[in-house]
Design a protein around this ligand. Structure first.
Ligand code: URA
Length: 442
């Protein structure tokens, strides 16, 4: 078999066999096939696409390129959730304890912040002492005993994706549905859960800018999941505004705790109930409506919050910051951003809000940068709110005031004020299952 022939076949729009896909993935991971030939194949895939079967084969070859976690040693159904990335997305911290307190195990490997989007591991590490690099035995023990554990990616998980993602990033081949779908699903399959809930974000802060594009990606991923025997559902959710009010690591942990105590922002609470009930439903815990009632109940009676505290304790974290957010270290500088004119907050450029939080120190400017866990933004107003000129619209937190001033400039351009009241939109745009797509927008 020759790589040259595989490139030619795809360039001509033909279907690759599983053997050909395996040859290219194995050869690339071993270093036998050079970047320039893989780049050519990626570009051919970008233009000619892949059939669902080819995409499923690619995903499985990628998943098998490294370790596959065997969660069968942990009794019970394990459900995973993946978000395609957003700003202020702290849902994992909320839904994992909800689901675990209802008897569904969550053994989750999460990532760090990427570009303007935050990462669950950075958020968890803002809790003093919290360990995200547990060995496999400790990770499994916590999942068995507590029902939930969230750690960073360990071992040699999907090395093919690490190489391919870096190459796609520099060859203009990121925006290809089969390539994104196989990249995400190979990691979910290697992580070993029985069922997968996908949170595909759509909007100005997301990878997919429109709901229709997000639905296409979701359909491809649901099909892969089901093809390899994992029950998979995707929700398409709003990323045209930051999720909740807090952006930044310890600020988001505080907001997650408030939400688990029943006093979180409306949009965040609603999205978390939707996500948690779909995870419970995937695990066979009842209909969506029954699971929604159950999810609300464990928030109201405090069980879910208690579960988060248990997980924090088992992973070495300081539970006192979860019990009382005043125990978190505070940022040295604090600055209010005020509205320049009166009117309705009509829209927000969410990506720019994320970049403003990176400037404040909540994200990394480059791979080597360290994070200021207390830095970030708390939005005091959201889309649809009426503001008078001079009202505070956001509070910024950073290590020094100069960072607040730079971030303020960006944030003022990102938050648009208009005389017209904007139309309200749902937080969940659609639900994609093997049975079809339910749309909640026109
Ligand atoms: N996230 C991933 O993990 N892979 C992609 O290709 C895009 C987003």
């Amino acid at each position: 078999m020759r790589m040259y022939d595989i490139i030619t076949k795809k360039r001509n729009g033909e279907i690759l066999t599983n053997e050909e896909i395996k040859f290219f993935i194995d050869g690339y991971v071993k270093g036998d096939i050079p970047d320039y030939q893989v780049s050519a194949l990626l570009m051919a895939i970008y233009f000619k696409g892949m059939t669902p079967e080819e995409t499923a084969n690619l995903t499985m070859c990628m998943a098998r390129s490294g370790d596959i976690v065997d969660l069968s040693l942990i009794p019970g159904i394990k459900v995973d959730k993946h978000s395609t990335g957003g700003v202020g997305d702290k849902t994992t911290l909320i839904i994992s304890p909800i689901v675990a307190s209802l008897g569904v195990k969550v053994a989750k490997m999460s990532g760090r912040g990427l570009g303007h989007t935050g990462g669950t591991i950075d958020k968890l590490e803002s809790i003093p002492g919290f360990k995200t690099d547990l060995d496999r035995e400790t990770f499994f023990d916590i999942v068995k005993n507590v029902g939930v554990s969230v750690i960073g990616q360990t071992g040699n998980l999907v090395p093919a994706d690490k190489k391919l993602y870096a190459l796609r990033d520099v060859t203009a081949t990121i925006e290809s549905i089969p390539l994104i779908a196989s990249s995400i699903m190979s990691k979910k399959i290697a992580a070993g859960s029985d069922c997968i809930l996908l949170d595909v974000k759509a909007g100005s802060g997301a990878f997919m800018k429109t709901s229709d594009e997000a639905i296409k990606l979701a359909k491809a991923m649901v099909e892969i999941g089901e093809n390899v025997g994992k029950k998979t559902i995707a929700l398409i959710t709003d990323m045209d505004r930051p999720l909740g009010t807090a952006i930044g690591n310890s600020l988001e942990v505080i907001e997650a705790c408030d939400t688990l105590k029943g006093s979180g922002p409306r949009d965040l609470t609603e999205i978390c109930i939707e996500l948690a009930s779909n995870m419970l439903c995937l695990a066979g815990k009842g209909t969506i409506d029954e699971c929604k009632i159950a999810a609300k109940k464990v928030i109201d009676d405090g069980t879910a919050f208690k579960k988060l505290k248990e997980m924090v304790q088992f992973q070495g974290g300081d539970v006192s910051v979860i019990e009382n957010s005043n125990n978190f270290k505070r940022a040295k500088a604090e600055h209010n951003v005020v509205a320049a004119t009166s009117g309705y907050i009509s829209s927000m450029d969410t990506e720019q809000c994320g970049i403003a939080s990176v400037i404040l120190g909540a994200g990394r400017e480059n791979k080597e940068s360290s994070i200021d866990f207390s830095a970030g933004i708390v939005l005091q107003k959201t889309i649809g709110d009426y503001v008078n000129a001079g009202d505070t619209i956001a509070t910024l937190y950073a290590g020094d005031i100069s960072k607040c001033i730079s971030a303020q400039e960006l944030l003022c351009k990102a938050i648009h004020i208009s005389s017209k009241e904007p139309q309200s939109s749902p937080v969940v745009f659609a639900r994609v299952t093997t049975d079809g797509t339910e749309k909640y927008y026109n």
